[in-house]
Design a protein around this ligand. Structure first.
Ligand SMILES: [Ca+2]
Length: 114
């Protein structure tokens, strides 16, 4: 499907390479179901306020499973889940972190579940 190198992990065609230069590694793109040859196709998470809680939204791939996670400290990060693991039924996915209202800073990520 994609011409990625199994023998040169750090090369541009390798797992940690970024063939299309969009900032997402080839390995992460394959896990997310995005195209490592298309710089306009990558998993992007946007955050915004929703009545005092943080709402995350991302462009999903149908039938992929996603989980929103957060941490309040990056040194080192201890990730906790926010909301439930979701199987995408459409390309627009959202999750609200209802535990976020009292926090002054918090970091988020969306993981693609196997
Ligand atoms: Ca891409």
């Amino acid at each position: 499907m994609y011409a990625l190198s199994p023998t040169n992990a750090t090369g541009i065609d390798g797992a940690s390479g970024d063939k299309d230069g969009d900032g997402a590694s080839n390995e992460d793109e394959l896990a997310a179901g995005t195209n490592p040859d298309d710089a306009t196709d990558k998993l992007v998470v946007r955050l915004r306020d929703s009545s005092g809680n943080m709402l995350a939204e991302w462009g999903a791939k149908v039938d992929k499973d996603y989980q929103l996670e957060y941490t309040d400290d990056l040194m080192p990060p201890v990730w906790s889940v926010a909301g439930a693991r979701k199987t995408a039924l459409s390309t627009n996915q959202t999750e609200i972190d209802y535990s976020s209202s009292s926090e002054t800073s918090r970091f988020y990520r969306v993981t693609v579940q196997p």
